[in-house]
Write a new protein. Structure first.
Length: 508
C-alpha cells in the first residue's frame, strides 16, 4: 500500500534512545493512590464510594456521567480515605474531585466481568462488546482520552469501512507504545480484531513510524493470524501521530475542519487502547493501569513502567531512581504536546503517556523577540494554517478574527513554536484563544438555554391560560345549558294536562 504525502510537520531530535531499549517493568501498588473522577474527555464520573469504605482492585468507584464520559475504577484494594478536590495533572493547577485510597497491601481483586475466551467470531453482539468496553472505563491511551466505546458506537451513525491503529508515537522521548508493540503484540492484535468486530469493518491498518523496526517486525508477525490486517510504516515526521494526519497518510482521506474521522469512513484507535480492550474482554479487567515512559536527562533511570492509575508522579520518579540533576522542567506527556505538571504530587491518569524531567540543555528556550516574517511556522503547520497572522490577531484581542482564519482548527502540536527562530510561543497563543472562545461559546449556549427555558415557560403559561379559559368557557356553557333545561322543565310542568284539569275543576 502506498503512503500519501502529508503537509507540514517538523523533523525532531527524538531522543528515544534513553528508554527505547528498556523493557516494561511493573511498579508495585503505592501506599496511596489519588484517582481523579475526570480522566477523560467529557463530563466527570459520579462518585459511588464513601469515606471509610473498603474497595477491591478493579471496583467501580465512579460511574460515567451524562453525555460523553467514562467509568473510573480502583487501581488497588484498600480503604477510601477521602472523596475530595485534589491536585490534577493539568497545567491550570486546578483541583479535581478525586477518590483517595489507602492501599491495604493485599491488592485483592473485586468481582470482575465474566471473561470471553472464545475465538472469532465472538459469541456476543457488537453492541454487547461496546457495553463491556464502556463498563471497563477504556479511553484513548494515546493522550486524547476520548471514551473508546463512543468511537466503537460510531458505526451506527456513520458508514465506517476502515479501522486505523495508531502506532506512530511521534513525540520525542516517549517509547511506551514502541515497547508495548514489541512485548505485547499478540494482545494488541487481539484487541484490534475485537474492535474491528465491534465496528463491523474488514479493512484494518496498523500504522507505525519507520523509526521503530522491531515494533514493525513484532506486529507483522502477530498480524499473520488475520489477513485483513495490514501493518505499514509511515514517515518519521512530527506530528504523524495526529489521527487526521495518520489517516491521510495511510488512506489518502482528508478529514474536513471541525469533522471527525468517522465522517470520512474511518475510526482511529491507539495500540495501547487495543491492548486494554483485549484485557477487558478476555480477562474482564477494567482499565486501572497503563504503561508510562519516564525519561529525560533529569531522571536517574529512564524506564517504561506499568503503573497504577492514581500513583503520584513523585512515587513514579522515586521508582525510577529519583531526579539528578534537578530538572528545569517536569512535563506530563511529550515535550511537544504535553504540558508542565503543576506538582510532582499530581497523579498518573489514563492519558499519561509520559513523565519527562528535562534539564536546561534539553529545552528549546530563549527570550521572545519580534517576528521576522520568515514564514517557517506556515511551512511547518500540518493543519495548513497561518500561525503568524493568527497570533497577531490574538495579541490585539481579535479572537473572532483569529477564529475566522482557523485558530480552532489548530491541533496544538507545537510545530510552529518549535521552529520559530524568534521563540514566539505561538501554540500558547492559540491554546489561550481557543480556551477563551470555548468559554464564550459555553456562555452563549448557556444564555441560549436560558432564553429557550424562558420561552418554553411563557409558552407553557400561555397554554395553561388557554386551557383555563377554555375550561371556564365550558363551565359557563354547561351552567347556561343547565339553567335553560331547568326553565324548560318548569314551563312544561305548568302547562301539563293534569294541571289544566285542576284549573278547570276549580273554576267550575
Amino acid at each position: 500500500m502506498g503512503i500519501f504525502q502529508v503537509r507540514g510537520g517538523v523533523k525532531l531530535s527524538y531522543r528515544k534512545e534513553l528508554s527505547s531499549n528498556k523493557t516494561i517493568v511493573p511498579m508495585p501498588a503505592p501506599k496511596q493512590v489519588c484517582i481523579p473522577l475526570l480522566q477523560h474527555v467529557g463530563s466527570p464520573a459520579e462518585p459511588l464510594v464513601e469515606v471509610g469504605q473498603w474497595v477491591g482492585k478493579g471496583q467501580l468507584i465512579g460511574r460515567a456521567g451524562r453525555g460523553i464520559s467514562a467509568n473510573v475504577h480502583a487501581s488497588t484494594s484498600g480503604t477510601v480515605m477521602a472523596v475530595e478536590e485534589r491536585i490534577a495533572p493539568h497545567p491550570s493547577g486546578l483541583n479535581q474531585l478525586s477518590v483517595v485510597i489507602e492501599a491495604d497491601g493485599q491488592d485483592r481483586w473485586a468481582e470482575l466481568a465474566e471473561p470471553i475466551t472464545a475465538d472469532f467470531p465472538l459469541p456476543v453482539t457488537p453492541k454487547e462488546l461496546n457495553e463491556r468496553v464502556a463498563a471497563a472505563g477504556i479511553v484513548g491511551l494515546g493522550g486524547a482520552a476520548f471514551p473508546s466505546a463512543v468511537k466503537l458506537d460510531m458505526r451506527y451513525k456513520y458508514s465506517i469501512d476502515t479501522l486505523v491503529i495508531n502506532g506512530a508515537e511521534c513525540e520525542p522521548y516517549i517509547t511506551c507504545d514502541d515497547r508495548l508493540m514489541q512485548e505485547a503484540a499478540n494482545e494488541i492484535v487481539d484487541g484490534v480484531r475485537i474492535m474491528a468486530y465491534a465496528l463491523a469493518v474488514e479493512r484494518i491498518i496498523i500504522a507505525i513510524e519507520a523509526n521503530k523496526p522491531k515494533a514493525v517486525k513484532a506486529m507483522r508477525e502477530a498480524a499473520k493470524i488475520d489477513r485483513s490486517i495490514e501493518v505499514v510504516t509511515v514517515p518519521t515526521r512530527f506530528p504523524m501521530g495526529s489521527a487526521q494526519h495518520l489517516l491521510l497518510a495511510v488512506t489518502g482521506r482528508e478529514t474536513p475542519a471541525d469533522k471527525r474521522t468517522a465522517e470520512v469512513g474511518a475510526v482511529v484507535h491507539n495500540v495501547a487502547t487495543a491492548r486494554a480492550v483485549s484485557s477487558a474482554i478476555r480477562r474482564g479487567e477494567p482499565l486501572i493501569s497503563r504503561v508510562v515512559t519516564v525519561s529525560g536527562l533529569g531522571v536517574r533511570e529512564p524506564a517504561n513502567v506499568e503503573v497504577r492509575l492514581g500513583t503520584s508522579v513523585e512515587d513514579l520518579l522515586t521508582f525510577c531512581g529519583g531526579l539528578h540533576p534537578v530538572p528545569t522542567l517536569v512535563i506530563g506527556g511529550g515535550p511537544m504536546m504535553g504540558s508542565p505538571l503543576p506538582s510532582v504530587h499530581a497523579p498518573v491518569v489514563k492519558g499519561s503517556c509520559g513523565v519527562l524531567a528535562l534539564t536546561a540543555s534539553e529545552i528549546n528556550d530563549g527570550p521572545e523577540s519580534p517576528c521576522i516574517r520568515c514564514g517557517k511556522c506556515v511551512t511547518a503547520c500540518p493543519a495548513g494554517l497561518v500561525p503568524v497572522e493568527m497570533a497577531q490577531l490574538i495579541k490585539h484581542g481579535d479572537l473572532q478574527g483569529a477564529k475566522a482564519i482557523g485558530s480552532q482548527d489548530c491541533i496544538a502540536c507545537g510545530s510552529c513554536s518549535f521552529i520559530c527562530p524568534s521563540h514566539i510561543p505561538l501554540a500558547h497563543y492559540f491554546s489561550f484563544a481557543n480556551g477563551k472562545l470555548g468559554a464564550l461559546d459555553r456562555d452563549a449556549r448557556r444564555q441560549d438555554r436560558i432564553r429557550s427555558l424562558i420561552q418554553a415557560r411563557n409558552e407553557r403559561a400561555a397554554r395553561e391560560a388557554e386551557v383555563k379559559k377554555a375550561a371556564a368557557a365550558a363551565r359557563k356553557a354547561a351552567k347556561a345549558a343547565a339553567t335553560k333545561a331547568a326553565t324548560s322543565d318548569s314551563t312544561l310542568a305548568t302547562t301539563s294536562p293534569a294541571a289544566s284539569n285542576a284549573v278547570l275543576e276549580e273554576t267550575t
